[in-house]
Design a protein around this ligand. Structure first.
Ligand code: NAI
Ligand code: MG
Length: 484
């Protein structure tokens, strides 16, 4: 399989601007989640390949890339964004095939990737230091400098969006990147590497090494030539990465998912809320870090909201990515097993409604029918743990304090929302909810390339997206000049 029309082979790594086979010569099969077949073989990068990629990045920093002005970096990112848009259909098809997501979602992800490039293109030359009033005879100022070589370990759920937000901000600030995509889905990461190369990004400024987490991922985390690590994925691996990075005292940005609530008060506009309540749970088949998996409803409207959500669930259909239905399959049989394990843990609960897997869906595909549970106790496993599948729970509450206690009553804190016509209550809730992002009378705000994003608690730390990310991908130097 070639990534046509780019003509690159997915069993290679991009290192120092060249497509090379991993030193071991080994490959891994890439699962097609829509039917369970193997899409193609991908490179099984290892420690030697990661080492070459880190060295290529360091060489780029010593060369043309390290000398590029902020304006030049911005212009390059703009060109990459333009080329991404020109390859919209190809990228969307690759992402749909690889991840199993419906084509329209994959297309939206391409647009988001291009938007990240445009946003960080425009911001590259607008990140300023400060001058600081100090003692007589001094001039003091700060410089925002790149960390150096940045490692990017990304998951399979939104490869393009996560590349956009982390690699985009890292390149804008002058870092050189080593990208380790997920073994479950890495085709668009490879395509993006080639697109960036064709746009004129200097060799080594972006290297892409696919492979297993325990091999290529671990080698990248352990490498002493890496100066910053950005990770999105599971809590367990996030903790491990933070521990390993501490060996070299390297800063990490961790985005580890959540159990994000939407709180529906008695005065909520249900017509406006309903699409958000359901879509935020089933988008990308629920495999979204900011998925809203808990719906908290004031007891006076609990039955009405549950019935309205159940009505929507009954019409949901899951099928092959290319049939572009409401949901595709999950990313893999393994993820399907995890999610079905969770659904089985809800056997004591009321299933309010289920969508359906369409008749023609291939037997080998990783399909899970979207499932809505009603009257779930806030401490139930299904209301506490990240499921990462199309499963939502609905929980009644009595008053604002009760809603806050339930909403904040998990170990996560990524996103939250509140639906109410009472402006004062909305503002109060925005302060009280424990989350990195709070939405008032909406959810997700259409993705929000411009909006800082990240978590608290087990959801992680550090912020990506928006201008804020530029601070995370730079280190601050204070210069104190004495001139008398
Ligand atoms: P994972 O955390 O194992 O994988 C994410 C990335 O980390 C992949 O690129 C993987 O190769 C890499 N990785 C794995 N082990 C590593 C190690 N020892 N050192 C360095 N890198 C390593 O997540 P997985 O297994 O794909 O999914 C399991 C669960 O994690 C999901 O069910 C979901 O709950 C959560 N998750 C959350 C995501 C989010 O967006 N916050 C994304 C993906 C998964
Ligand atoms: Mg894993």
């Amino acid at each position: 399989m070639h990534l046509s029309p780019l003509g690159i082979s997915p069993d290679k790594c991009l290192i120092a601007g060249r497509w090379v086979a991993p030193v071991s010569g080994e490959t891994l099969p890439l699962e097609n989640p829509s039917d369970g077949t193997t899409l193609c073989e991908i490179a099984r990068g290892g420690a030697t390949d990661i080492n070459a990629a880190v060295q290529a990045a360091e060489t780029a920093l010593q060369g043309e890339w390290g000398r590029a002005t902020a304006a030049e970096r911005g212009r390059l990112l703009a060109r990459i964004g333009q080329l991404v848009l020109e390859h919209t259909e190809m990228l969307a098809e690759l992402e749909a095939l690889d991840v199993g997501k419906p084509l329209k979602q994959a297309r939206a992800d391409v647009i988001a990737l291009a938007r990240y490039m445009e946003f960080y293109a425009g911001s590259a030359d607008k990140l300023h230091g400060q001058t600081i009033p100090y003692m007589e005879g001094y001039t003091v100022y700060t410089l925002r400098e790149p960390h150096g070589v940045t490692g990017h370990i990304i998951p399979w759920n939104y490869p393009m969006q996560i590349i956009g937000r982390s690699v985009g901000a890292a390149l804008a600030t002058g870092n050189a990147c080593v990208l380790k995509p997920a073994e479950e889905a890495c085709l668009t990461a490879l395509a993006f590497g080639e697109i960036a190369r064709r746009a004129g990004l200097p060799d080594g400024a972006l290297n892409v090494v696919p492979g297993l987490g325990a091999e290529a991922g671990a080698a990248l985390t352990e490498h002493e030539g890496v100066h910053h690590i950005s990770f999105t994925g599971s809590v367990g691996v996030g903790k491990l990465i933070q521990r390993v990075a501490s060996e070299h005292v390297v800063p990490v940005t961790l985005e580890l998912g959540g159990k994000s609530p939407q709180v529906v008060f008695a005065d909520a506009d249900l017509d406006a809320a309903l699409p958000f309540l359901v879509n935020a749970g089933i988008q990308n088949a629920g495999q979204t870090c900011s998925a809203s998996s808990r719906i908290l409803v004031h007891r006076s409207r609990y039955d009405e909201v549950l019935a309205a959500m159940a009505g929507r669930y009954s019409g949901l259909r899951a099928g092959p990515a290319m049939s572009d239905l409401d949901l595709g399959p999950l990313v893999s049989q393994r993820q399907k097993d995890i999610v079905e394990g969770f659904i089985a843990k809800g056997s004591d609960l009321e299933v309010a409604a289920q969508g359906q897997v369409v008749d023609g869906a291939p037997r080998g595909g990783a399909y899970v029918a979207p499932t809505l549970f009603g009257a779930v106790a806030p401490d139930h496993t299904l209301a506490q743990d990240e499921i990462f599948g199309p499963v939502q729970v609905v929980i009644p509450f009595d008053d604002e304090d009760h809603a806050v206690a339930i909403a904040n009553g998990t170990k996560f804190g990524l996103v939250a929302s509140c639906w109410t016509k009472d402006g004062a209550r909305a503002m109060r809730m925005a302060k009280r909810l424990r989350a990195g992002q709070v939405f008032l009378n909406n959810y997700g705000a259409g993705g929000g390339v411009e909006l800082p994003f990240g978590g608290t608690g087990l959801s992680g730390h550090g912020r990506e997206k928006g201008f804020e990310a530029l601070y995370g991908f730079t280190t601050l130097k204070t210069v104190a000049a004495f001139h008398g």
